[in-house]
Design a protein around this ligand. Structure first.
Ligand code: 13P
Ligand code: SF4
Length: 335
């Protein structure tokens, strides 16, 4: 229910976003552009955001690209159209900037699967291991990690470490298991999963493959092993997008969140993209967290500069170290 600004601020913490009524005749695209210039703000959006948000963003990318962009921006305000851990990473890198998230409740099941207090005990039980954490985790987990990685650079980062280095990989057991297989490692895996990528239906995907024998199945490494096993290509969202752009194949079954299809369709209008179906009644697989952000919420958060990401300075400094290490390693690896 839309309310006035003062009431909305009172309700902000509980609701996660500013619910203020918007004049329905307003051209939100034009207003957002105007506010962006006026406030020297930049909009960074993940590929899983709704199409309107992708269209108004200054930069669209995967988790690594977004972190790299956040590190180098000279904007005063970063509006992060993504989920909480992504906006938090932008804040960790930019303590002096205002980082806004259109809906603070845009979380991540993978991040939630790894509470810092429990993980701390697990880490203490394995003092001879270093910790590599997938960026889909809280600042608390980052502060307990040695290196952060994303799905774009995880294998290269793991491969760059000595073969006998003992490693805990958190929180995604599917990505960790995939890297173990690809790099011949035996990393200790935290038992976390993504609610979106773990529910793809192997049976329905197999039927689609039979119906479209010319199609390539492309999958994000957060998918379960059985899906990754039959995939023609596995990669981060950016890598999947690039694969569709450079491949001479015309049909793709896409096993990741459906938001990415917008960029795939835009950059290859002549090609066909089929969203891999989940194991439920839906035909496609949306991340309920990513999709909490809307163009209206983005407009309100830019206008009122709320909700804002804040963080205790000690935690921020501890969480920054492994992110800096990832960014440095990525630079050295040419990513
Ligand atoms: P990418 O790093 O590939 O963008 O993945 C982010 C994510 O949340 C996947 O579910
Ligand atoms: Fe988290 Fe999965 Fe949503 Fe990505 S798709 S933000 S990993 S819940």
């Amino acid at each position: 229910m839309a309310v006035n600004f003062d009431e909305a601020v009172v309700h902000l913490e509980k609701r996660g976003f500013l619910d203020v009524s918007i004049d329905p005749t307003l051209d939100l695209f034009a207003e957002i552009e105007r506010l962006k210039k006026e406030k020297n703000a930049v909009i960074l959006a993940h590929y899983y955001q709704e199409a309107d948000i992708q269209d108004i963003a200054d930069y669209i990318g995967d988790s690594l690209g977004l972190a790299q962009e956040a590190e180098k921006t000279d904007a005063d305000i970063i509006v992060f159209a993504g989920v909480h851990f992504m906006a938090e990473t932008a804040k960790i890198l930019n303590p002096e900037k205002k980082v806004l998230l259109p809906d603070l409740k845009a979380g991540c099941s993978l991040s939630d699967s790894c509470p810092p207090s429990v993980f701390k005990k697990f880490k203490e039980e394995h003092p001879d291991h270093i910790v590599i954490s997938y960026i889909n985790c809280s600042a608390g987990i980052k502060a307990l990690s040695d290196i952060i990685c994303t799905s774009s650079n995880a294998k290269l980062i793991v491969d760059s470490l000595p073969k006998d280095q003992k490693i805990i990989f958190a929180p995604d057991k599917n990505l960790g298991g995939y890297i173990n297989k690809k790099s011949g490692r035996d990393m200790l895996l935290w038992n976390g999963t993504c609610m979106v990528h773990e529910i793809f239906s192997l049976e329905k995907i197999t039927k689609l493959k039979i119906r479209h024998p010319e199609a390539k199945l492309i999958a994000h490494p957060e998918c379960e092993e059985a899906v990754l096993k039959i995939a023609d290509f596995v990669g981060s969202t950016t890598q999947l997008l690039k694969y569709t752009q450079t491949s001479d194949v015309n049909t793709f079954i896409v096993a990741t969140e459906t938001g990415i299809l917008h960029q795939m369709q835009q950059s290859s209008p002549g090609k066909t993209f089929i969203a891999a179906p989940p194991d439920n009644a839906c035909a496609c697989n949306d991340c309920p967290h990513m999709k909490l952000n809307t163009l209206e919420k983005l407009y309100l958060c830019l206008k009122y500069e709320l909700p804002e990401i804040t963080m205790e300075e000690g935690l921020r400094i501890a969480a920054k170290k492994p992110i800096d290490r990832m960014l440095q390693m990525s630079k050295e690896l040419g990513l």
